[in-house]
Design a protein around this ligand. Structure first.
Ligand code: AMP
Length: 211
């Protein structure tokens, strides 16, 4: 968990490699649906571009399907879900049904201005979802994905105005979820400032503690 742009996707990608489990990013799944022009994609495109949340019912169907797939049986790194009170309940029910439980919930933190700076310099690969940063983690050739060679893009929701709106959605809807996990003693707050590898070392220490 953490504000948009705090580094959840970057850390989740590192964590899934280290743990050898899938990275389930609801944002990536939705962006892929938009790119593919599926019926889900057509319904959610406007919401994504304007930084609003997709309705809980649609998200529930999506997460039930994804976590039910066989590659998630050994575990998964969940990124971007749950984001509302209703989604917290949905995740509890899915995990209950699958016979799983959350080991740990990370809350990545960083000051807002730092995040705005990062998001304006973020570039993503529309093909394989790799994330780059023009200053901190630039692609080897400008504008080209290191992993798959596709042209990098700036996400439509990474403009400063939309970013500020996404922060507000986060504060109102998602922060209370972090508090709920804190009460369940699952929350590990991680300082998200620094190079991706430095932040990842902090996560790694916390994972060892939690396992
Ligand atoms: P992200 O890549 O996690 O920043 O998500 C990008 C956008 O996808 C969000 O601004 C929402 O429009 C949508 N989205 C992703 N995850 C969720 C979720 N759990 N609930 C509702 N909308 C979501």
């Amino acid at each position: 968990m953490g504000m948009p742009g705090v580094g959840k996707g970057t850390q989740a990608a590192l964590l899934k490699d280290a743990l050898n489990v899938p990275h389930v990013s609801t944002g990536d799944i939705l962006r892929e649906a938009v790119r593919a022009g599926s019926s889900l994609g057509r319904k959610v495109r406007g919401l994504l571009d304007s930084g609003q949340l997709v309705p809980d019912e649609m998200m529930g169907d999506l997460i039930v399907n994804r976590l039910g797939q066989s590659d998630a049986r050994r575990g998964f790194v969940l990124d971007g879900f749950p984001r509302t009170q209703a989604q917290l309940g949905i995740l509890d029910r899915v995990l209950n049904r699958l016979g799983g439980r959350l080991d740990v919930v990370f809350l990545l933190t960083a000051p807002e201005d730092e995040i705005v700076r990062r998001l304006s310099a973020r570039r993503t690969c529309p093909q394989c979802a790799s994330v780059f940063h023009l200053e901190g983690n630039p692609p080897r050739s400008p504008g080209v994905c290191d992993k798959c060679g596709s042209a990098l893009v700036q996400r439509a929701d990474d403009s400063e105005e939309v970013i500020r709106g996404r922060f507000q959605v986060y504060r109102e809807q998602t922060l209370p979820i972090a508090h709920a996990y804190q009460e369940r003693e699952l929350l590990q707050e991680i300082d998200g400032i620094g190079e991706p590898q430095t932040v990842f070392e902090r996560l790694g220490q916390a994972v060892e503690l939690a396992s």
